[in-house]
Ligand binder design. Structure first.
Ligand SMILES: NC(=O)c1ccc[n+]([C@@H]2O[C@H](COP(=O)([O-])OP(=O)(O)OC[C@H]3O[C@@H](n4cnc5c(N)ncnc54)[C@H](O)[C@@H]3O)[C@@H](O)[C@H]2O)c1
Length: 302
């Protein structure tokens, strides 16, 4: 398995996956429409094709024989999904179906899909494991979950392997402010430039923040594994937004008082995920401590 198509490879997460795969000797082709991705994120050793997921993708597949598709291209903004669910579904659901049709037509052996903790909605118990009820509370959560069904169905019908990776809140260098881990990117940008962090609500809400390079390693583990399935990818630790702001102050050696604003409607109070299944079946473990990850993130913004 050495010829890999990575969608969304000009974006935050998939650009790190691209870097890791290229360092490990894989041949990578990136498909991206650059709607939120940046040319500067694209590894110079990758082939780059600027195209939309919903375009006719025959030309991408015709001259390459891909062993695996790692699918990360998506509309990732929850607010956009609420304001324009049609646009969200077109990118995330129809775009994935278009890609799956190509996987079928060109007999690609394996499909790795970036799903999200957003599929679970408000937690009914903690830590959230893969058996937790699916109850997305945004069109984005619905549009990330729906392709999971298509992937499993296509794999049964056309006999390919799949890994559905449900990420917790991802953070790290190159992240834009809109994503689910966006609070870290915003704190890093503001606080390294001496601006106070803005916190919505009392700051005691918790999240499971996972470093992007651990996510990249999870994709490499999934690529090497022949075990199909759905896997949470998380740290299994929760950290509050207040503690996150305090850690930034400590690392930056500053004393920026948070500015508190009204709680945002629908904001989940407490969240963290179990990744035991990924550890057992994919032999993947998170390796980066929160303070190491934050230090590397801050150095990107300085
Ligand atoms: N950031 C997180 O915390 C997080 C958490 C869970 C899941 N995810 C998932 O991980 C994936 C990557 O997220 P990210 O944070 O790196 O986002 P990102 O916006 O940085 O990357 C997405 C990339 O996809 C491209 N793209 C979007 N729509 C496209 C289309 N129709 N055709 C072709 N290219 C298109 C964009 O230009 C961009 O380069 C997404 O599928 C997202 O749902 C992210």
């Amino acid at each position: 398995m050495d010829n890999i198509l990575i969608t969304g490879g000009a974006g935050f997460i998939a650009s790190h996956i691209t870097d890791l795969l290229i360092d490990n000797g894989y041949n990578v082709t990136i498909l991206d429409n650059l709607s939120s991705g940046k040319k500067s994120n694209i590894n110079l050793k990758a082939n780059f094709i600027k195209i939309d997921l919903n375009d006719n993708l025959e030309s991408v597949f015709k001259n390459s024989s891909f062993d695996c598709i790692i699918h990360h291209a998506a509309q990732i903004d929850v607010q956009t999904s609420i304001e324009d669910p049609f646009y969200d579904a077109k990118n995330n659901i129809l775009g994935t179906i278009n890609l799956l049709q190509m996987a079928k037509k060109f007999a690609v052996n394996k499909f790795i899909y970036a799903s999200s903790a957003a599929v679970y909605g408000e937690p009914e118990y903690l830590p959230i494991d893969e058996k937790h009820p699916i109850n997305p509370d945004s069109p984005y959560g619905i549009s990330k979950h729906t392709p999971e069904h298509y992937i499993i169905n296509f794999s049964r019908l056309y006999n390919f392997q799949y890994s559905i990776l449900r990420y917790a809140n991802v953070y790290g260098p190159r992240q834009g402010a809109a994503g689910e881990g966006g609070v870290i990117a915003i704190f890093a940008d503001r606080m390294s430039h001496n601006k106070k962090p803005i916190i919505y609500g009392d700051g005691e809400q918790t999240r499971d923040f996972i470093y992007v390079k651990d996510i990249a390693r999870a994709n490499l583990s999934a690529l090497k594994s022949d075990c199909s399935g759905i896997f949470n990818i998380s740290t299994e630790k929760e950290i509050s937004i207040n503690k996150t702001a305090a850690l930034f102050n400590k690392i930056l050696n500053k004393d920026l008082e948070p500015e508190y604003r009204l709680e945002r409607p629908g904001d989940i109070k407490q969240s963290y995920l179990s990744s035991k299944k990924a550890s057992k079946k994919l032999n993947w473990y998170p390796e980066t401590s929160f303070s190491e990850g934050i230090e590397e993130t801050i150095s990107f913004y300085l």
